[in-house]
Design a binder for this molecule. Sequence first.
Ligand code: VGL
Ligand code: ZN
Length: 198
Amino acid sequence: MSHALIVVDVQNDFCPGGALAVPGGDEVVAPINAMMDRFDAVILTQDWHPAGHSSFASSHPGKAPFETTEMPYGTQVLWPDHCVQGTEGASFHNDLRTDGDLIIRKGFRPGIDSYSGFFENDQSTPTGLEGYLRSRGITSLTLAGLATDFCVAFTALDAARLGFGVTVDLAACRAIDLNGSQQAALKKMASEGVNLQS
Ligand code: VGL
Ligand code: ZN
């Protein structure tokens, strides 16, 4: 039985000073670096949007960041422009260890967002992460990173649904907390069998 650490989106734009700063986002770096050596595999995810991505409020005339819009795949929160491919904002935090085994990029299709490291927001387009984990014999996962209530939660819920054992290390996560999204995400994860560790 192999156990992997999935480090979710510890990128400059989600840290203080970034375009979509998560309060205390940089505080996850030290605990995550310290955890890495305990796992059989370390995978980092990287939010990786083309300029003009459909999840950006700036791509929707009349819309402001944090409003929502209806996409063919459901309701989508509109974000400030963030994690644009190749920019400093999309780079990992400078102090984050990036000597993991795999970096999985997501959110690169212009018309669809991807919070989860496993499936895009249509809940059916795979990123390839599941196949990578299964072919390496990995059966359990610990998740840490940003943001608890969006990319960490969506990744955890997909992983649980796929049959992996899933733990979220809350001490190494920080939330955006948009209209109560943090409490809602914690409740949903707990009810879907995700182990919440603090
Ligand atoms: C994320 C909003 C938009 C995240 C990514 O990493 O949680 N949130 N893109
Ligand atoms: Zn994004």
